[in-house]
Design a protein around this ligand. Structure first.
Ligand code: NAD
Length: 407
């Protein structure tokens, strides 16, 4: 089943669970606009997409991914999740996503720049601070955003920093954005521990983290700093396990030196499949979608899962884990810290005001904890829904309310 079909089935369940009408659900079935271009750079062709799923709540908002597996199904699903995430986060954005089918690991800096600039040229008409606002995602970063902003501003002939977020600070970005996804995820993880692992001390809570990039690395650092025992982490080449807990700062330095975590000496090398199946208290998924499917769902021993990645558990596996009683903190809440801070960056660019960093950090924390509470209260009130379904209900209600006001 494609991820898009999975999502539509997840939506359909809301008819029974929250009495949402079929017409309302059908109105969420299709993206508003799919833009597709084949980029041509140095005689090579790269399929590229920008998909605006919804603009009911505001301009589109969502990252741009560079990966050799990018497809229309994937970008559309990511744009759908952005719609729900932005709605749940209570920020004034619709949902969108972009991607280029391209392996950035095989490209040098010149090619990365050329591909990034080609993307901005191809899609400039469907982007803009009031239209659709991109940000970094897998294998894109502040440098990618800087090239895209520069190219866009050359085309439109004036400055418009609010057209993209996750920029370098010197181009209008904000420092807080760098680890915002993990910071937001960590606030939610603390709430989850308070509710579901109440009697445990952090040093007795064993954690495995899949993915050691922007989301996973910062999450591992934050949890380790508060004494959670990080027993395993992985990147695309494999993982490392140490039952006494890994030294995350030393491992981060090792990774920053261009090495893969699986070759780190203070632990036993494991495969990514093994990491997912470890008997841990918390499994943090921070790599890519569809990591837990029906093929491995019955081997998952973790009792609590935090989805920092988008869509890491497919629908069939979700149902299986739910039936088993696994607590899953859904992606649309767990990783929303990144887009919330992107919103702060965009708002600052729009108003020209410089907002105090400590104030913004406090606002992020307040929003994350508040959004957890809204989801958790509905979960308890309904009694027959998962955390994900509670989050979906809140998100869909807000998008539909905006649609109704507009009709
Ligand atoms: P990144 O490019 O910084 O890091 C990705 C990491 O995943 C790398 O360490 C890579 O080696 C690893 N990886 C790739 N394939 C893997 C595999 N099969 N098994 C284990 N590890 C694998 O990307 P990121 O920004 O950290 O994004 C990770 C996930 O978080 C994505 O799903 C992304 O959509 C989501 N997310 C990121 C942000 C953000 O602000 N960066 C915000 C919201 C959601």
């Amino acid at each position: 089943m494609s991820i898009v079909q999975d999502n539509l089935e997840r939506l359909q369940a809301l008819k029974e669970l929250d009495g949402i009408s079929q017409d309302d659900l059908d109105s969420l079935n299709n993206p508003h606009k799919i833009s597709y271009v084949e980029l041509e750079v140095n005689n090579k062709k790269y399929p590229a997409w920008r998909i605006l799923y919804s603009s009911d709540l505001g301009p589109g908002k969502g990252g741009i991914r560079f990966h050799s597996d990018v497809s229309e199904d994937e970008v559309q699903s990511l744009a759908f999740w952005m719609t729900l995430k932005n709605s749940l986060a209570d920020i004034p954005y619709g949902g969108a996503k972009g991607g280029i089918k391209f392996d950035p690991k095989k490209a040098d800096r010149n090619e990365l720049e050329a591909v990034s600039r080609a993307y901005a040229q191809a899609f400039h008409q469907v982007l803009g601070q009031d239209v659709d606002v991109p940000a970094p995602d897998v294998y894109t970063n502040s440098q990618t955003m800087a090239w895209m902003l520069d190219e866009y501003e050359k085309i439109i002939g004036h400055h418009e920093p609010g057209m993209i977020t996750g920029k370098p600070v010197e181009l209008g970005g904000i420092k807080l954005r760098a680890d915002a996804t993990a910071q937001g995820g960590y606030f939610v993880a603390q709430e989850m521990v308070k509710e579901f692992l109440r009697d445990r001390q952090p040093e007795d809570v064993r954690v495995a983290v899949q993915g050691f990039g922007n989301a996973g690395l910062f999450m591992a650092e934050k949890m380790a700093a508060d004494n959670f025992k990080i027993v395993a982490v992985s990147d695309s080449q494999g993982g490392i396990y140490n039952e006494d807990g890994l030294n995350i700062s030393s491992l981060s330095a090792y990774k920053a030196g261009g090495k893969n975590v699986g070759t780190y000496s203070e632990g036993r090398a494991i495969t990514n499949a093994e990491l997912l199946e470890l008997d841990v208290d918390i499994l943090v998924l921070a790599a890519l979608e569809n990591q837990i499917t029906i093929a491995n769902a019955d081997k998952i021993k973790a009792r609590h899962i935090i989805e920092l990645a988008n869509g890491p558990i497919d629908l069939a596996a979700d149902k299986h884990l739910d039936a088993k009683g696994t607590v899953i903190v859904p992606d649309i809440l767990a990783n929303s810290g990144g887009v919330i801070v992107s919103y702060f960056e965009w708002a600052q660019n729009r108003t020209g005001q410089i907002l105090d960093e400590e104030y913004l950090k406090g606002l992020l924390e307040k929003k994350m904890r508040n959004n957890w509470s809204r989801m958790f209260n509905l979960y308890k009130e309904k009694g027959n829904v998962s955390l994900r379904q509670a989050a979906y209900i809140l998100a869909v209600r807000r998008v539909l309310a905006a649609k109704h006001w507009r009709s």
